[in-house]
Design a binder for this molecule. Sequence first.
Ligand code: ZN
Length: 136
Amino acid sequence: MKPTHIEHLGIAVNSLEESIPFFENVLGLKCYSIEEVADQKVKTAFFLVGQTKIELLESTDPEGPIGKFLANKGQGVHHVAFAVEGVQKALDFAADKGIRLIDKTPRKGAEGLSIAFLHPKSTCGVLMELCEHPQK
Ligand code: ZN
């Protein structure tokens, strides 16, 4: 499927408010967007590093995916997102190779991206996301 680059790195945090100052004041990055993705029960904050983004994820519901992740593992890297051309095509390809999929078809993520997740059981224990910007 040949990803073009790492689109973003998702980091689960207890609180955006408490985490953003490190990225802004120490790393010197600017938070350019805060967005709630109701669907996934998260609030996200974005920073740009080159062409890769850091996506901080704060849970809005303990029963949501990030709420559960934080309860089990605490704060930390939650997922790596690869930019691919054609998420559905990439999913079909992965399924063909016997990779477990969390999403069989792409759904809408933060920033209007088309996204889908591969199961960490099949991807070295790291949750992996495939994503692409919708056709302009
Ligand atoms: Zn993501």
